[in-house]
Structure formats: C-alpha cells, structure tokens
Design a protein around this ligand. Structure first.
Ligand SMILES: [Zn+2]
Ligand SMILES: [Zn+2]
Length: 361
C-alpha cells in the first residue's frame, strides 16, 4: 500500500486541504507516476466554485508531469523512469470518434469530471479530478493517460503542455486555423489565454488584441506577443473595430467560458469571421444571439475541446518546439508554489491576478 499526500476537497464550498491518502494498487494496463510539477488550471477552480459539480471527497489537479515509478502488467507505452505528461482525456482509440479522427471527443473519456480512485485514511473512496487528481505526490492512471516526453524538458514546462498549452495552441492551429496576417482577438488572459496569444503570434497573426478585466495583465499579454491590449468594457466591439479598419477581428478566441464574453467575442468579430470558444462555462449560462444576426453576420461559432488535438502526437511535438526554442513558456509561469499554497493560488486566479501557478512536488 502506498501512502501519499494530496490536496483534497471534502465538500462543495469547503477549502481544500492537504491530506494523507491511500493510493490504489497498480493494475494491468496502469502506471504509477510520481508527480514533479502540476499547474493550477481554471478547470480546477471550476470544480470547487460551483461551475461544475463533481463528487467528493475530491483530489484536484490535472495539468501535470512526472516520472513513472511502477508499471502494471501489459503496459507498453511507458517504462519505469520515463518522464511523462498526463493527459486528462485519454482517447480509447476504439470508439466512433477515435476511429473517425476526433480523439478529443472520445466517447469513453469525455465529460467525466471525476473518477473514483484511491481512499482516504479512514477507508472512504476518493474521486480524482478528470481521472487524474494530480495535486498529489503520486497518481495511478491508465497507461493511455501518459505521454512520454524527453528527459531534458523542464518539469514545469512539461506540466503546462498537458492542459493550457495544448488547449491554447490547438485552438489557434487546429480549430481557428489562424493564417498569416489575420487579426485575432483573445478574451481572458489566464494560462490558456496567454497560450492562445503566443500561438496566434507564432501562426503569423498580424494583430493579436488581448483583452482582460484589469490593466495588470498588460505586461503578461505583451510578453506573450500581443500587439494590442484592451481592458474589457461595454465598448469592446467598438474598440476592436477601431483597431481593425472598422471591420472587427478575423478571429475571436474566448478563453473565459461565460455567456457575456462569448457574446462580446461574437460582436467584436467581423462579418464572416470566426468565434472559437475555449472557456468551459456553466450549463445554465445561456448565450443569446439574434436569428437575423446569425444569418447576416455570417460568422462561425465553434468550440475547441482540449485544443481539438491528438495529444499523443501534439504533446511530443510541442515538447520539441520548447526544447528547440520555437516555443517559449517562461512568460506563462508567475508563481511557483507548494501543495498547501494551491487554495491561495485559486484566490489569485479568481481575482484575475498572475498567469500560471505551478506546484512543485
Ligand atoms: Zn486544465
Ligand atoms: Zn475513443
């Protein structure tokens, strides 16, 4: 039996605390990973602020990297000692979506907020966030939830590849398919939004207009490659039009997950432009669009789930981009913390401060 420390939420509305937990035995097709770095993602906050309603007790955390310390029977994807990025939506490779080239919509792993895995010290089953529960010293996961990356890659860079960077770069490259010279509006500058900004510049966007609720994000936005920074207001679509020869942006990429910001993205996009929703919102937050507006604006509205990517292909490719200097993630990390500091990182996130906080374990 392996005992580990993990960050546990006992019930909705009660702050998370570090607890000792019992890890399950490693079964066939599973691996045990010692977590080395884990990013604090907005989806973790959504698990505790009422946006999502996962079961409890719950171990948070899903954007992580670590070292394989044990493999179960029949495991072929990883060996002890491998450095791996965790994948919170591992494709099964058998369902209709996987067979039709859309592994990000895999029907066996989509939409599961938390799975039962492990126990508290008094024997109560614990649930792990997105099948991982990576705010913990170790996790036991199916082998298809790990992606081997080169050992030269920093742990914290590797962790970010597993959620924010894959999501952000995939939204630009796979979903929006931004072309050189196009203008891109990015709303919401957390870890994902800043990754979108960087990916849009890397894709050759002529103009990247970054938007957040406070001026405090301006420096981070510019470091990521934004050409313009705008503090969000009711005049956003007018501001964007002024900066885009009166038309509106070719693309708007919404990284908040709220009806109001999806509407703002829609209104700031040019006729025939594309709105890409990356933010994960609440089920009852309704987006209202006029039927005539949908027709006459000729805009496209689409969602980008987990970067619309095959993580088994794109995570190793992003790792090479980082190692060979084509992709810089340094500007994404603003706080390096311990497990017990995660609740304070959620507070900073809720106040809109900083970019990524990364837990070092
Ligand atoms: Zn995430
Ligand atoms: Zn599948």
């Amino acid at each position: 039996m392996t005992y580990i420390a993990g960050l546990v939420v006992r019930e909705q509305g009660v702050p998370a605390t570090v607890e000792e937990l019992r890890l399950p035995e490693v079964g066939p097709g599973q691996v045990r990973v010692r977590i080395r770095a884990a990013g604090v993602c907005h989806s973790d906050l959504s698990m505790i602020n009422g946006t999502l309603r996962p079961p409890h007790p719950l171990v948070l955390g899903h954007e992580a990297a670590g070292e394989v310390v044990e493999v179960g029977a029949h495991v072929t994807r990883a060996a002890v000692g491998d450095h791996v990025v965790l994948n919170w939506q591992p494709p099964c490779r058998n369902c209709w979506f996987c067979a039709n080239g859309q592994p990000w919509l895999c029907s066996t792993s989509s939409g599961v907020a938390a799975l039962e895995n492990g126990m508290t010290l008094d024997g109560e089953p614990v649930h792990v966030c997105l099948g991982l529960g990576a705010f913990a010293e170790q996790v036991v996961a199916p082998e298809n939830a790990v992606i081997v990356v080169p050992k030269e890659l920093d742990w914290e860079m590797a962790a970010l590849l597993g959620c924010s960077v894959l999501t952000g770069s995939g939204a630009v490259r796979n979903t929006a398919q931004v072309r050189p010279g196009e203008s891109v509006l990015v709303i919401g500058l957390g870890g994902v939004g800043l990754s979108v900004v960087a990916a849009a510049r890397a894709a050759g966007a002529g103009q990247v207009i970054a938007v957040d609720v406070t001026e405090a994000k301006k420096g981070l936005a510019e470091a990521a490659g934004a050409t313009d920074f705008v503090v969000s207001s009711d005049a956003l679509s007018k501001d964007v039009r002024v900066r885009t020869e009166g038309r509106g942006a070719d693309h708007a990429i919404e990284c908040v997950g709220r009806a109001s910001t999806i509407r703002a993205a829609w209104r700031a996009t040019r006729r025939g432009g594309q709105v890409t929703v990356v933010g994960m919102g609440a089920a009852d937050d309704m987006v209202q669009l006029g039927a005539l507006d949908i027709f006459s604006s000729a805009r496209t509205l689409r969602a980008s789930v987990y970067g619309q990517a095959d993580p088994d292909i794109e995570v190793p490719a992003l790792a090479r981009d980082v190692l060979e200097g084509r992709l810089s993630l340094d500007h994404l990390i603003t706080d390096r913390i311990e497990l017990a500091d995660v609740p304070a990182a959620f507070d900073r996130m809720a106040r809109g401060e900083g970019a990524r906080s990364v837990v070092h374990l």
